[in-house]
Design a protein around this ligand. Structure first.
Ligand code: AMP
Length: 287
C-alpha cells in the first residue's frame, strides 16, 4: 500500500481544537511515546477498525521519568512513526512540544494514590503514574475522543487509567489489546532497541518464565504462589544478564499480591536486562 499524501502532524492543543470541529465520529485516541513498533500498530489498527477518526499522539512525556531514567536517550523516530501510523490507519497525528503541554508555571498534576499504585511500577518508578495520569488526562481534555486504546503490556498503567476514568467521571471508553510479541516471545517495546546481542538472547526468558508458571499452576492450582514467585525470581536471577526488580502474582483487578490462585491472576515482572529495564505480564485465568 502506498500513502496518498503524508499526514501533517498537529503540533499544538490550540490547532487541534480548531481542526477537531471537522472530524469524524466516533474518534479513537492511541496515546504513544513514539518509536512505534508492531505493538503500537496493533493499537492503531484496532482503533481504525471502529473509529472514523484515529488520532495517534506521539509525546515523550517528561513528567513520568525520574532523573535517573532514560528521558534523554528514549528513541525518537518521528518521520518513520508518522508513516507507520498512517499506514496502520491513523487519520491525525498529534505531536505537541513539551512547552505546549507543560507551559512555564505548570503546577497541576493528576496524582493517583492508594493500593493500585503503591506496588510494582508505582514503587519502582515513583513519578510514573503521576506523569501518565496527568498527560493522559490532558490528552483526553484536548482531544475528547470517544475511546482511547492502551496495551495490556503495561498492565498496571491500564488499570490506573481505568481507575482515573472512573474516579474522575471522564467521558471516554478505555479499550485494551493483548501484548504483541516478537517470535521468540519477547514483548515488543521501544526499549528493546537498547539491548545488545547477549541481552537480546536472554530477554525472552522473561516471557518463557511467565509461561512456565502457567503450566506449573495448571498442574497444581493449590500451590503457594509466594513460594513459586521466589523460585522463579531465583531462576531468572541466575542468568548473568538478568536482574529482577519485581516478580509477583497479583489479583488481576486490584493488583494486590495473592498467595493462592483465585481464577483471575496476573503474573507481573520487571527486570533489568543489562541496563535496560523491561516489563511483562501474563494473565492466568480459569477458562
Ligand atoms: P509507549 O509508547 O511505550 O508509551 O506505549 C504506548 C501504548 O502502546 C501503551 O498503551 C502501551 O501499553 C502500548 N504498547 C506498548 N508495547 C506494546 C506491546 N508490545 N503490545 C501491545 N501494546 C503495547
Amino acid at each position: 500500500m502506498t500513502l496518498s499524501s503524508p499526514l501533517v502532524p498537529i503540533k499544538t492543543p490550540r490547532d487541534l481544537r480548531s481542526l477537531k470541529k471537522n472530524w469524524g465520529n466516533p474518534s479513537g485516541l492511541v496515546p504513544t511515546m513514539g518509536a512505534l513498533h508492531e505493538g503500537h500498530i496493533q493499537l492503531i489498527r484496532h482503533a481504525a477498525s471502529t473509529a472514523e477518526e484515529v488520532i495517534v499522539s506521539i509525546f515523550v512525556n517528561p513528567t513520568q521519568f525520574a532523573d535517573n531514567e532514560d528521558l534523554e536517550s528514549y528513541p525518537r523516530n518521528l518521520a518513520s512513526d508518522i508513516e507507520m501510523a498512517q499506514l496502520a490507519g491513523a487519520t491525525q497525528i498529534f505531536v505537541p512540544n513539551v512547552k505546549d503541554l507543560y507551559p512555564n508555571g505548570f503546577s497541576t498534576y493528576v496524582v493517583p494514590c492508594g493500593p493500585l499504585v503503591e506496588r510494582w511500577e508505582g514503587k519502582s518508578r515513583p513519578y510514573l503514574f503521576r506523569g501518565v495520569c496527568t498527560v493522559v488526562f490532558k490528552l483526553f481534555q484536548i482531544i475528547q475522543p470517544t475511546f482511547a486504546i492502551f496495551g495490556q503490556k503495561d498492565f498496571q498503567q491500564l488499570q490506573v487509567v481505568r481507575q482515573m476514568v472512573s474516579d474522575l467521571d471522564l467521558q471516554v471508553e478505555i479499550h485494551a489489546i493483548p501484548t504483541v510479541r516478537e517470535e521468540d516471545g519477547l514483548a515488543m517495546s521501544s526499549r528493546n532497541t537498547y539491548l545488545d546481542s547477549k541481552e537480546r538472547k536472554a530477554a525472552p526468558l522473561l516471557f518463557q518464565t511467565l509461561q512456565q508458571a502457567v503450566v506449573i499452576i495448571q498442574n497444581d492450582p493449590k500451590q503457594n504462589l509466594e513460594v513459586l514467585s521466589q523460585t522463579l525470581i531465583r531462576q531468572l536471577n541466575s542468568v548473568p544478564q538478568i536482574k529482577i526488580d519485581y516478580l509477583g502474582f497479583v489479583d488481576a483487578e486490584s493488583l494486590q499480591p495473592v498467595s493462592q490462585f483465585n481464577g483471575n491472576v496476573c503474573l507481573m515482572v520487571a527486570a533489568f536486562v543489562g541496563k535496560t529495564r523491561l516489563i511483562d505480564n501474563l494473565l492466568i485465568q480459569t477458562k
